[in-house]
Ligand binder design. Structure first.
Ligand code: MLT
Length: 270
């Protein structure tokens, strides 16, 4: 059974507003926190949460502020640092001092920000379908255009533009429908605040050398949003990191191939 609870985030530095973050847990053993991508929520982890990893870990899928069951807090920009501080508060509240941390795409940017700000909270790290680089000018322009699209045409237009990039051709129709449900359920203001935060996120390549915990990088063979080359940069930058490229998947590897994703992660969650 999945248990849902709320963690109160008291005001943290940098003028962050107090927030409530909803988390969904299943399993037993040490805490492992799962951080979703843009513009999704905890439901992207449901197949993983119902798989074998829950036998050895209390899997905790976070709804980042303004996503899923966590309310919008009125922030015009969702910085990766603010999200990271929220996840740190979850680990401090639910963990025994540390947690295994896994993030996909935007969740990976959040995980890298957390490694920079709260490294003592992390026991092992999984970086899935993500990258350490900041946006280049073209990517920033793409985000400006996406903000315009959601403001003028709504969330279904965002969804239509994103879905072909998230999934490999021939992906399960159910996974496609699940993604559409999540994207169309995310508040427009969260989508805009995420895009602004993503646009201004830091380049984390230099900090990779400071990561000292066992790390697994997972990439999708056909991921055009965060290609395997991005994963190789992170593998080469983090001492001892391993890279697993999952065949047949694109950007949503844990949804497209939950078993292969879980097998890779089990290697660092022994
Ligand atoms: C995600 O899946 O979180 C996004 O593709 C991240 C991004 O737009 O950089």
């Amino acid at each position: 059974m999945i248990e849902t609870r709320t963690v109160e985030i008291v005001a943290v530095p940098e003028g962050s507003r107090p927030a409530r973050v909803t988390v969904h847990t299943r399993g037993q053993g040490p805490l492992a926190v799962l951080v979703h991508g843009f513009p999704l929520d905890h439901r992207m982890w449901l197949d993983v949460m119902h798989g074998p990893l829950a036998q050895n870990r209390t899997l905790c899928a976070v709804d980042l502020r303004g996503h899923g069951d966590s309310p919008w807090c009125g922030d015009g920009v969702h910085t990766m640092e603010r999200f990271a501080d929220d996840v740190a508060a979850v680990i401090k509240t639910l963990g025994d001092g540390q947690a295994d941390l896994a993030g996909l795409s935007m969740g990976g940017y959040v995980a890298l920000a957390l490694m920079d700000r709260h490294p003592e909270l992390v026991r092992t790290l999984v970086l899935s379908n993500t990258r350490a680089t900041a946006d280049n000018d073209e990517q920033k322009q793409g985000r400006e255009a996406a903000i315009e699209t959601v403001a003028t045409q709504g969330r279904s237009a965002v969804c239509d533009a994103m879905l072909p990039k998230l999934l490999a051709p021939g992906a399960d129709a159910l996974v496609r429908a699940q993604l559409r449900t999540m994207i169309e359920g995310t508040p427009v203001e969260s989508i805009v605040a995420d895009q602004r935060g993503l646009m201004q996120r830091a380049d984390r390549r230099e900090g990779l050398a400071n990561i000292k915990v066992p790390t697994m990088i997972v990439a999708g063979e056909h991921d055009a949003l965060t290609p395997v080359a991005d994963a190789e940069v992170m593998r080469d930058g983090i001492l001892g990191a391993r890279l697993e490229v999952v065949k047949g998947t694109a950007h949503m590897t844990p949804m497209e191939a939950p078993k292969a994703w879980s097998d890779a992660v089990a290697d660092v969650w022994l």
